[in-house]
Every structure is written in structure tokens, then in C-alpha cells.
Design a protein around this ligand. Structure first.
Ligand code: AHR
Length: 331
């Protein structure tokens, strides 16, 4: 029934332009009503990680695999995500997959999805909703654990330090699960060690351009002229922006210089790690498409998917890496 209505919507004037992939199938025929329809609201394309995550979803939710994917890129705005979800509800899709930009602000729209009988799968980040039944499953990373891996590396690296360990912390999108978890781990680390000193906390919004701008501004200011031991970057694109700004301002990075810590471990960051410019890359696995499909298949078969599913992740230093290993990775 739901798929029938979607077919009518897609064929008729109610189909919306921004739901990429909507409309007749690629051959121009009318939509195939046997396909399972997935409405997906992605945060944007702010990072290399995000691009790999979208590709992983698109590779799985294909017509050959029995799906019609309505993919919406919210361009890093929560209001665009909410609009997309309401559109998916109107189109009566079979499932909504949501990568929430930040944790708060989802109760009403997810309640609307629930009332329409559409299961919602949260991917990557969490939504902080009062009623857990507003989502069927959450699949993503344990961001607090990722942060603790980084803090434990810092602990080893600066175990012998008697002088203050001077840290700059560059955060991702405020209120996102990735930012909250990675920040909480660093805060725990700083609170537990007397000689760890937070010099500055900057907002890099998970992008290279913004980080380069805020870091250059900070390093050029009177307070930014002192020694720096660690720059804790909440994703790879932040690390790229920070590295560029640090080097331009004359700070050597790597062994004997500033230790850059990053999260994601995309190929670009691992390459910098192998070159010695980045000291630690903590993995954040974007290849979540197959796990999301497993949850959909479970529900199609009348089973209840696992409520929270976290992916396995590890941390890399230069010693763990080779060019072949980096080449062999999928992102
Ligand atoms: O939520 C995952 C984070 O979001 C990744 O670390 C980052 O690169 C992305 O933009």
C-alpha cells in the first residue's frame, strides 16, 4: 500500500526535486513497486569521512539489491533534515535513515514518523530523544571510546613530561555525538592530569577550511605565540586545516614538534601519519551501509534489529602503517 502511494507520488507532481534518485527508474520506466523505499537524510559532505559514508550507503541501497534510495543532502542544516524527513513521511517511504547533525531537536519529527508507521534507523550519530521507541535502531561509532583511545596514547606519549603539556582542542560541529564523545574523553583526560593544560578550544565544524581560518587567527594572535605540544583535532579535515596553519606559522609537526591527533583515519590522514606529520589517527569507520541494510532486512523479515550497534575501530601511529596498507583501505 505504502509503496503504491510512493509510486503515484514519484510519477506525479508531488515528487520533490531535491530527493535525488526519486522519480522514474534510470531507464525512464514507471517506478518498480516491488522495491523497498529508503528515505535517507545525510548531514552533508563536510568531510572525507562523510563522502565515504554516503558512498557506502549508495553502494548498498541499489535497485539491483531491491531498493529505491531517496537520498537527501542537508548541507549541514538541521532544518533541511527535518524538511526531508517530513517529505519522506508524505511520500510514505518504507524506512527513514537519518544521520542526525546534532543530538537535540528530533522528538517532534520522529514522533511524526512513528505515527505514520515508518521505522527510523539512526546512523553514525545519535538523536537524544525522550522516547527510545522513536527509532528502531542506531548504528555507528562509540565516539567516547575513540576519544579515550586518543587520551590513552597522549598519556603514554607524555608520561615522562614534567613541564605542562600544552593542548589546543579543535572541535567538530557543536552538539553532534562525534563532538560530544571526543570532547568528553579529552575533558576526562585533562581533569585527571595536573600538568595537562588546555591553551585554547576552537570550533572547526569538522571542515578543513574553517579550521585553517580559526587556527591561523589563533596562532597570529598574541595568546597563540607560545609553545604547543598537542593539537587534538576532532576529525581528519580539522587535522588537515590545523597542519597547514601550524606549518605556515612555523611550527614543526610530528616527532620533536607538535603532536597532531586526529579521528577518522581516512587515507589522507594515514598518509600524513606515515609521513610523520600526524602522530595518531583514531579510526572512525564510515562503511556503515551493509550494517544498515542488515537492520532493514531484519525488519522486513519481522525481526527486531539490535537497538545500538557499534563498529570495531582501532588507532594508528606511523609505526603501524605502510603504503600498501593505506592503499588497501576502502576510504
Ligand atoms: O560523525 C562522524 C564524524 O562526522 C566524522 O568524524 C567526521 O569526519 C564527520 O564529519
Amino acid at each position: 500500500m505504502r509503496r503504491m502511494l510512493l509510486a503515484a507520488l514519484l510519477a506525479g507532481s508531488l515528487a520533490f526535486g531535491s530527493a535525488c534518485g526519486a522519480g522514474a527508474n534510470s531507464s525512464g520506466d514507471s517506478p518498480n513497486e516491488d522495491l523497498t523505499v529508503i528515505g535517507m537524510s545525510q548531514v552533508g559532505a563536510e568531510s572525507d569521512w562523510r563522502v565515504a559514508n554516503s558512498e557506502s550507503m549508495k553502494a548498498v541501497f541499489t535497485e539491483e539489491n531491491g531498493y529505491r534510495l531517496l537520498f537527501d543532502d542537508a548541507r549541514q542544516k538541521q532544518e533541511n533534515q527535518i524538511t526531508a524527513i517530513r517529505r519522506f513521511i508524505q511520500q510514505q517511504v518504507d524506512y527513514i535513515v537519518l544521520m542526525p547533525i546534532s543530538e537535540s531537536g528530533w522528538d517532534s519529527v520522529l514522533q511524526e514518523a512513528k505515527e505514520a508507521g515508518i521505522p527510523v534507523i539512526l546512523v553514525d550519530r545519535m538523536a537524544d530523544v525522550e522516547d527510545e521507541s522513536l527509532y528502531a535502531a542506531h548504528i555507528g561509532s562509540d565516539f567516547l571510546r575513540e576519544g579515550r583511545l586518543a587520551v590513552s596514547w597522549m598519556e603514554d606519549a607524555f608520561r615522562e613530561a614534567e613541564d605542562p603539556v600544552r593542548i589546543i582542542h579543535i572541535q567538530g560541529t557543536p552538539g553532534s555525538t562525534a563532538q560530544l564523545g571526543r570532547t568528553a574523553a579529552l575533558e576526562e583526560g585533562i581533569a585527571a592530569r595536573e600538568n595537562w593544560e588546555l591553551l585554547a578550544r576552537l570550533d572547526g565544524d569538522f571542515t578543513q577550511a574553517k579550521t585553517y581560518e580559526v587556527m591561523t587567527e589563533y596562532l597570529s594572535s598574541p595568546s597563540g605565540r607560545g609553545d604547543i605540544d598537542v593539537v587534538y583535532c576532532e576529525n581528519d579535515n580539522i587535522a588537515f586545516g590545523a597542519l597547514q596553519a601550524l606549518e605556515e606559522q612555523g611550527y614543526p609537526c610530528g616527532r620533536g614538534g607538535v603532536s597532531i591527533i586526529t579521528f577518522d583515519a581516512t587515507r589522507g590522514a594515514l598518509t600524513e601519519c606515515l609521513r610523520g606529520k600526524i602522530s595518531l589517527a583514531v579510526e572512525c569507520n564510515p562503511l556503515l551501509g551493509p550494517l544498515v541494510e542488515e537492520a532493514v532486512r531484519a525488519m522486513e523479515a519481522g525481526r527486531t534489529p539490535e537497538k545500538h550497534r557499534y563498529v570495531e575501530e582501532q588507532a594508528f601511529t606511523g609505526e603501524d602503517l605502510t603504503e600498501a596498507l593505506i592503499e588497501g583501505r576502502e576510504y
